[in-house]
Design a protein. Structure first.
Length: 148
């Protein structure tokens, strides 16, 4: 049996990179805007104006039910989002950003996009294209393996 060197193990390396990149972006929304990671994800997904249920938000942001619910409740209390009854399913609510929530989103987006560009600036155009292709391949392979 071959030994595992954790620092050379791809999933570990990816987790470490993800944590560093996420922390770098989080500096923006946790500092000036006092949002949690979960709240940032909810804000980001609702920022395009689409009405979504809490379940849909959880699925699209990869948040479990409890952290998504907490983020939604806190954001509702801060008047960043509002719940509307779903006309197609009266038992369900659809969420959308309030004017205040949209204002926060519009302030934040340029800042996080600039940080993204700063992080990616170390890559050439060819490296960026290669990274995108690699991420897509690994995502598809992960889905294939999970569906076996």
């Amino acid at each position: 049996m071959k030994n595992l060197n954790l620092t050379e193990f791809f999933p570990y390396q990816l987790t470490q990179l993800q944590a560093k990149v996420s922390d770098n972006i989080a500096d923006i929304y946790t500092g000036q805007f006092d949002l949690s990671r979960q709240e940032w994800r909810v804000l980001a997904i609702l920022g395009n104006g689409e009405l979504l249920s809490a379940k849909q938000i959880g699925q699209q942001t990869n948040l479990d039910k409890m952290p998504a619910s907490r983020a939604i409740a806190k954001m509702k209390a801060q008047d960043l989002l509002v719940k509307n009854i779903d006309k197609n399913d009266k038992r369900s609510s659809l969420l959308k950003l309030t004017a205040q929530g949209l204002a926060v989103y519009q302030q934040l987006v340029p800042m996080v996009l600039q940080r993204e560009q700063e992080l990616l600036s170390v890559l050439t155009l060819q490296e960026l294209k290669s990274l995108e292709a690699t991420i897509e391949k690994l995502t598809l392979k992960s889905i294939e393996i999970a569906n076996r």
